[in-house]
Design a protein around this ligand. Structure first.
Ligand code: FES
Length: 126
């Protein structure tokens, strides 16, 4: 049994934080230029200070995409709720790969990074 693969499939089949928020503070949409799949992040902020712990009160994502992009969004939104805004802004591909627990082919890197790119755009939009 491949534990990491199972984790990705679990998040793909049962995505955490999928859906919409009532009156989010910010909503940002972007798409994967390789495939056209789009992703939206909606966020309600607890605090606006970059250094404050756990700046996000609630977060949802929506859109369509492959298992990697959906699992990445599911895991990332869970992680983001525990982080200060300044920590979210410096997350990188390495953090996403570590979070997913698997290696990625070049074509899947864009899929895995899409949620992070949308989230970071949302964080600086406020
Ligand atoms: Fe479209 Fe992965 S193939 S997001």
């Amino acid at each position: 049994m491949d534990l990491y693969r199972d984790l990705i499939l679990d998040h793909y089949r049962n995505p955490r934080n999928f859906g919409h928020l009532d009156k989010p503070d910010v909503a940002v949409e972007d798409h994967n230029v390789s495939c056209g799949d789009r992703m939206v992040m909606e966020i309600k902020f607890k605090v606006k200070s970059l250094k404050s712990k756990a700046a996000i009160e609630d977060i949802r994502f929506s859109g369509e995409g492959c298992a990697i992009s959906q699992a990445s969004a599911s895991m990332l939104t869970e992680k983001a709720k525990t982080l200060a805004a300044e920590k979210i802004l410096v997350l990188t591909l390495e953090d996403i790969v570590e979070m997913l627990g698997t290696t990625l082919t070049p074509s899947r890197v864009k899929c895995a990074l899409l949620p992070l790119e949308v989230l970071q755009k949302a964080m600086i939009k406020v």
